[in-house]
Design a protein. Structure first.
Lengths: 163, 517
């Protein structure tokens, strides 16, 4: 209950801070997703009202862009590049490995809520293919082994600060 | 004496461990009680050598690479701070042939400076173009850009000066400059390198554009996949505002130019200029009909210049050294330089800025050193996911817009993705259709439906069902996409698909000699 109220307050705060920018909708959606990890469908009416748009228009924008999501992501979202340059360097095999290792397909989140796997079409790291991005961290020349150790490092990092 | 050490913070260098190397160097220097000044610079774009560490010595900047954090202790043991010899020694970096053979105009500073440091930018000839522009009439600035022969580096190669001239001569209470930084093509990263490695050159270019056409507001539409570039741009913009290079009364000239970065949201189509403007207006990125041209009715219905990062970043040197200086590089109607990006299965992947005219073969072997795997190069895709695949027989094509077009190929944004002989070109053709289906904005039928049908037809071909018939169907479908689509996404997806089919029919299960598209 409190969490829902908090979310709404946060959404309203972000919306009112940005709504007067020209073309404010994308900055608002980014603000919300940056703050809570996704754009909750229940905040669509509030955004629509603030911008004098219909709910359909706001929903239409959210659903148009691959980056915006309407469900909570895992703790870490892995963006794995599937584009040509990475394919030329074994990107497809890496994708298969990632899916197998995590036990999920693209656009899914592991049962323990730790990792989400998303395809991405180019990270601009094409001189170091294959590439992936976890949060803001980018990884180059990723192999099955370095994929596993990147995940292990993240899991390790979580254990350390709480200890 | 304090010794200066450079470790790049370019995101590709970071993806290979540059942050860990920087940290290890600082820690090891402290442990040994040595005083160093560690500077995070841009990357020279020699990515097989990244992380490339440089030390400033009396002889110049001495390089070591590729350096991992585990090499740092041995570098100190080898006295690298005095340029000592080590297994990773590269010698003087600017003398490395890969760099020395280039003609770096747009990338002149990248790698040499600390990207968001304005003093560095000024020390390396920054803002000289703007200083000249401020003393010129608007029409003269546009004329200098027209005279330079600069054509849109985003891929369409439209003359930049003509676009600017249209906006200059269209009356309006508000005009805009948009930088298209939605660099979505696989195999391209030159925009990213500029934004991360020399953000001020883009800011200066946009400011000159604003002054030239009378626009007071600029937007950089940046793809969300580039968080490092986002930080660098915002830092540089804040620095520029602080000392009066942005905002009102720029350098006491009375001119105003405001600049803001806006993030995309993972839609490839928003690299198309009208879709980009829809997105900036807060809408779905649906492609607009043209006319009206954006130069007459663009963002929020106002006259708008939309230019690619490299086009805008090439403007300062044109205004600094003159249109003629820039035009003297290149061949035919392709003037100046093109930053080429070598990617995929290539030994020496990286950034190569050269005057137009070099052949693809020279680029692949003299610079690239052949495939990374050591196997023969089978196909090269130039110009991004909508560019044609070139077989070995076309490798002698000079890198020039017209020479490429004559071969039914495109130079585009200069991305070059290399594949060795393990690639299955039918699978690549299927992927092109899949990509088009995923990224189609859905406005026009050929692209929206045709891409999905193309994907299905490719599936049939790959599964060996009725191959002759389906190949004919694929050609027919491509013909519809090519001629009936609203924009380049649907209109150019046939380039990779048909070039794969024409040059590599065996991969499609067809024995007959290639047909011409």
């Amino acid at each position: 209950m409190t969490a829902a109220v908090d979310t709404q307050a946060l959404v309203n705060e972000i919306t009112s801070a940005l709504k007067d920018k020209p073309g404010a909708l994308l900055p608002i959606l980014h603000g919300i997703q940056d703050a809570i990890g996704y754009v909750p469908p229940e905040c669509v009416p509030d955004i629509a009202k603030a911008l004098s748009l219909s709910r359909a228009e706001v929903h239409g924008v959210i659903s148009f862009y691959h980056y915006f999501r309407t469900t909570a992501p895992g703790q870490h979202t892995i963006h794995l590049c599937r584009a040509e340059s990475c394919q030329a360097m074994g990107g497809e095999a890496l994708g298969t490995h990632a899916k197998q290792k995590l036990g999920i397909d693209f656009h899914e989140t592991t049962a323990d809520g730790k990792f989400s796997l998303e395809p991405v079409y180019c990270l601009g790291n094409c001189a170091c293919s294959p590439a992936m991005q976890i949060g803001h961290d980018i990884y180059g020349r990723v192999s099955a082994d370095s994929f596993d150790s990147a995940l292990a490092e993240l899991e390790q990092a979580e254990l350390e600060p709480s200890a | 004496m304090t010794i200066t050490v450079y470790v790049p913070n370019d995101s590709s260098a970071v993806s290979l461990g540059a942050d860990r190397v920087a940290k290890a160097i600082t820690a090891e220097a402290e442990r040994r009680g040595l005083s160093i000044r560690l500077v995070r610079n841009g990357s020279f774009g020699m990515y097989w050598l990244e992380p490339l560490v440089e030390v400033v010595t009396g002889q110049g900047r001495v390089g070591y690479g590729p350096v991992q954090a585990s090499d740092v202790t041995s570098l100190f043991d080898a006295n690298f701070l005095q340029g000592g010899t080590h297994a990773l020694s590269l010698g003087i970096v600017e003398d490395l042939p890969y760099l020395k053979k280039q003609q770096r105009l747009t990338f002149a500073r990248i790698g040499k400076t600390s990207p968001t440091c304005l003093d560095d930018y000024l020390a390396y000839d920054g803002y000289r173009g703007l200083a000249h522009a401020l003393a010129m009439s608007q029409a003269d600035i546009v004329k200098a850009v027209t005279d330079s022969g600069l054509r849109g580096r985003g891929g369409a190669a439209f003359p930049t000066g003509i676009k600017w001239n249209t906006v200059l001569n269209t009356d309006a209470d508000q005009k805009y400059i948009i930088c298209n930084a939605d660099e979505g093509d696989s195999g391209t990263f030159s925009d990213r390198m500029v934004m991360e490695g020399d953000p001020f050159v883009l800011i200066e270019g946009m400011t000159i554009a604003g002054i030239a056409v009378g626009a007071t507001q600029g937007y950089i539409y940046l793809r969300v996949e580039y968080p490092h570039a986002h930080i660098a741009l915002n830092t540089a913009i804040a620095n520029a505002y602080q000392v009066g290079y942005l905002g009102e009364d720029i350098q006491g000239s009375g001119k105003t130019f405001h600049l803001e970065v806006r993030l995309g949201a993972g839609a490839y189509i928003c690299g198309e200029e009208t879709s980009l403007m829809e997105s900036l207006e807060g809408k779905r990125g649906l492609v607009r009909f043209k006319p009206p041209l954006p130069a007459i009715r663009g963002l929020f219905g106002k006259p708008t210049v939309v230019n690619n990062v490299i086009s805008l970043a090439s403007v300062p040197i044109i205004l600094d050294k003159g249109g003629d200086y820039y035009r003297d590089f290149g061949m035919g109607r392709s003037r100046g330089t093109l930053p080429l990006q070598l990617a995929g299965n290539i030994k020496h992947a990286g950034l190569v800025e050269l005057a137009f005219g070099l052949t693809l073969r020279e680029l692949l072997y003299d610079f690239g050193g052949g495939s990374a795997s050591g196997r023969p190069i089978k196909a090269v895709q130039v110009g991004g996911p909508l560019g044609a695949y070139l077989p070995e027989s076309q490798f002698d094509t000079p890198l020039d817009y017209e020479a490429f077009a004559a071969q039914w190929t495109v130079l585009g944004h200069g991305g070059v993705v290399v594949f060795d002989d393990t690639v299955d070109m039918a699978k690549m053709a299927k992927y092109s259709m899949e990509f088009c289906a995923i990224e189609s904005c859905g406005k026009c039928t050929p692209c929206r439906i045709g891409s999905t049908r193309g994907y299905e037809v490719m599936d049939e071909i790959i599964n060996g069902h009725n191959v002759e018939y389906n190949a004919k169907l694929l050609r027919d479908l491509c013909n519809t996409l090519l001629n009936g689509s609203l924009c380049a996404l649907g209109g150019m997806t046939p380039y990779p698909v048909l070039s794969a089919l024409n040059h590599f029919p065996k991969d499609f299960g067809i024995d007959e000699p290639a047909q011409v598209a």
